[in-house]
Each structure stands twice: as C-alpha cells, then as structure tokens.
Design a binder for this molecule. Sequence first.
Ligand SMILES: [Zn+2]
Length: 372
Amino acid sequence: MPETTCHKAYKFNLKPTPEQEQVLETTLWRCRTLYNTALEQRSTAYRRCGVSLTCSQQQAELPDLKAAFPEYPEIHSQLLQDVLARLDKTYQAFFRRVKAGQTPGFPRYQGRNRYHSFTYKQFGNGARLDNGFLVLSKIGRIAVRWSRPLPGTPKTVTISREADGWYVSLSCEGVPIQPLPLTGRETGIDVGLKVFLVTAHGLVVANPRHFRKSERRIATADKAVARCQKGSTGRRKVVNRQAKAYQKVRRQRGDFHHKVALQLVRENDTMYLEDLQVANMVRNTHLAKSISDAGWAQFRSILAYKAACAGKRVVAIPAHYTSQQCSGCGALVPKSLSVRTHVCPSCGLVMDRDENAAVNILRAGQARQAVT
Ligand SMILES: [Zn+2]
C-alpha cells in the first residue's frame, strides 16, 4: 500500500518579549556551556585514561551536574539530554571518518556565534502549543507568527537564533501527502562539476550567479569582523552584519534548492542519485568550491522529502564508475576531472561528461529495481 502521510518540518518566526528573549539567550548559553564541558570531559577521559565515554554515561551524570551547578536545574532536562546527544553525533561522525582513513578535524568547542539552537525531542515534554502560543517550560508563553497552517502532529521542537530573530521549527509526522500527477518518467541525477546538476534527460541546472556575489559580500563581512577589536563597541554591529550576510546566503540557497527539487519531482516519478560521500568530494580542493557552494547534501534531503510528500521516490545507488563508463556501450573510458566531454573510442559516443554519468546512474538504478 502506498504511503499516505510523510514527515515534514515547518519553521515560524517567534515574537518573544524582551524578557523572554533574555531567557532564550540564557538557555542557549547554558546549552553551549554544557556542550563544551561535556566535550572537555570526553577528551580528558580519552587523553588520561584512554577510555571513550558514551552518551548514556554522560547522560547518567546529569543529575550530579544539576546538583553541583545551580544554573542547570533552570534548564529543561530534555534540552540537556539533547545537547549530549548532539555531542555524541559529532563524535560518531568523527570516528567514522577516522575509520575510513580520513583525517577529520577533532570535535571543537563552540563559540557564542557557532551555537544557534536547542531542541525538545518530544513534543509535549517541555514544549507544547496552546491557543496559538508556543509554551516552553521554564521559559514562558511565546507568541508565534503563523505564516501558514500547521498540518500533521508535531514530534520535535527546535528553537533557533538567527540574525533577524528567533524561530521555532516543528517537525511533524502524519502530514497528508499531496500527490503530484504521475508522469511515467524516471531519471538519473548527477552532481555537476561546473553546474549544479545534470539529469539523464539532458536537463542542466546551473549554479545561480548570486552565489558568487553573496560570497564576496561574506568575504567583506568576515574581513570587517577580523579587523574589529574584541570587546569594542563597534564590533557588535559588524558581527551582526556578518550574521545577516550568512543568513541571506542560506536563504537564497534554500530557495534555489526548493525550486529545483520541485521541478524534478513534478517531471519524474523516480529519481536515482549516486550515494556519494560529500565529505570525500569536498576534500578534493578542485571540487570543494562548487560542491560546498551547491550544498549538495542539503539539496538531496530537500529532494527526498519533497518526493515523499508528493508520492514519488528518490533512490540512492552505490557510486560505481559512473563517470568513467560509457553509457552507450559500457566500455570503461578513464578520464581525469578536467576532461569535460565523454568521448568513447569503442562506440564513438560523444556526450557531456556529467550527462553520461547521469545516464549511467539511471541505468544502474533501473537494473537494481528489476532485481529486487
Ligand atoms: Zn561507448
């Protein structure tokens, strides 16, 4: 039976009073302090005794922590547990990369401008809705600017601080699927080197020009912050301008991803993608710029949930010689990253490199579907 509902997150602007804003700030501050303390505890334990602390070990210590530091009982326990879970996730990712033979950066301490949000993992436990207000335990009743109705049942609640204010993100379950008409079409999608993506049907989506422009704006803002003395009166303003520049880029990128994903989901019933390790690709400096620019990982998750909510499918297939193989005859045609065009000496096929890869992805996906 086909699914009739899906998961989806909805974000709304919060309108806290100045007093509530103060409490939100304090909460965020405490969560960040706990994160840094727990990180230090983990790395000390490892350095001194060679032991790895687990998330549950650390969570078991929370009651002691609350007894020792009077500021922690003011914070809802769900939030504190989530902080430790976040740290654990960072550690897991770190060890996974070490295992894979990479040299990742060690999990790092979070400064004031790097820690933006806290999460209630269970709606109803510490965070609930009441008459259009968001009620946070130990924080208060906060007004929400409902820019759209909220479908489904909220499961988790994340509060975040952005350059222009506070937001709540409600991740909902049981959101009714709004199926898009089936087109009977399937396609393969490959991440482009020079462009954003290419499909097996020859659709080429370029990177928007405004990405480069925003990048320059960010560089200027970064420099201004670096020039400003810590603690000086002008610094706050400059840091704020920098945060706004970053926020603008995030929004532009998000809008672009949503638009492209919608087009693909409208045109296709099934979309095949390569199961790429974006981290791996970003390590290659040639590719780094265009890939992190493109925010490929973010795009993929947007495409996946858009497809799910429209009754369509995104299928990841293992990466396997997709750019080296000829989509015409299957011969291996090795080529370096700088070679833009696929030219097959066996069958004479000439095709854009990325499109050739996209056709291979489509074929590999269809072959796997046929087997299962
Ligand atoms: Zn060929």
